[in-house]
Design a binder for this molecule. Sequence first.
Ligand SMILES: [Mn+2]
Length: 426
Amino acid sequence: MRIDKNHIQDTNQKYIAEHNRHFDFLSSLLSGKGYQIDSIIKKLGDFQVAIPSWALGAGGTRFGRFSFQGEPSNLEQKIDDVGVLHALTRTAGAISLHIPWDVPNDYNAIKEVANSHGVTFDAVNSNTFQDQESARESYKFGSLSNASKVIREQAIAHNIDVIKIGDKLGSKSLTVWLADGTNFPGQANFQTALTNTQNSLKDIYGELPDDWKLFIEYKPYEPNFYSTVIQDWGTSFMLANECGDKAYTLVDLGHHLPNTNIEQIVSTLMLKGKLGGFHFNDSKYGDDDLTVGSIKPYALFLIFNELVYGMENNPQNPYPAWMIDASHNTKDPLEDLMQSLEAIQEAYAKALLVDQNLLREAQVNHDVVKCQELLQDAYRTDVRPLLEKARLNRGGALHPINAYRSLNIRKNLIKDRGADSVASGL
Ligand SMILES: [Mn+2]
């Protein structure tokens, strides 16, 4: 499945006059306020978000999974789906693989497929939260933290394998998320579990190529409900510091208790040069994995406000890796991902409109009202014409979801792959 660029241009014809009207209005408004429109549009175009291989099929809950037709059943098809997203949005230029499901049979062939779509390989993800068929030891009671040395060694070896697979594809980072924890008080010794985790991570870190990064994800609960070994950003930060310069904290928006001030966490990590990566999603209650920006778009904007500030003022922090980590139980996964990409770009564009100099001045003057006005003035601006322009400049669709529908892409995927094609790794 490959989209002809001319077909995308054809779908744009219907919207171009309207786009031009909206863009001219917004750009004269923003130029009048002193904004550099071209620079904002370039930043939006440069902002690429990795798509996780596990988000291309229908997700599910422990109560059931309702398959979406025409899902990608192998790695090549998953990359093709990311290619579709990238062709339409021009902002999905990378894929993040999950091992063991995405091990290539033919590395060169897979690299060629990705290359033909302009898609690169972002962070590779290990999986020690479930047992694989061939596994000798079980992760039922944990992996890197397990009280059993043999089990820890199996989990360490798996992570090292994942690094080797990623290295052959051109990935430059490994993301580790652990399900390790306990369901009941007294089930495990907290200090032993943390020490084991630290030592296991150091062993993995020791195998990283020089130009790689290790991302350590955290989560307060689920699948375990009493304790999680890496429960919060502080624990992840501490472990990253213990490992060394190439280890960083990864923030997943859904991995926080309700009402956590995530923008403050982002700010602290960037100040300390330890924000390595980001998993975008949205939630109402917990790790809901909903479409980015669907529940709390203002919170997303505030997070981007800190990211923009950090990217401009914290040279000690490397450019973070951006990735979506969501699950699609009811929507067409590709449409859902396009909505997420749009929400991310929108929050980023609005954050770029915050006048940091005026904000600093208002903060110093303790003008609380002015501080809020500055943030909300940016937030209330309809920036969608800027996003459209960024896509248009790069050959993308003015309205990706409309183009996806009018080009009958899902219908074609079903025709190619069959109605009952199910994505692996979910
Ligand atoms: Mn995640």
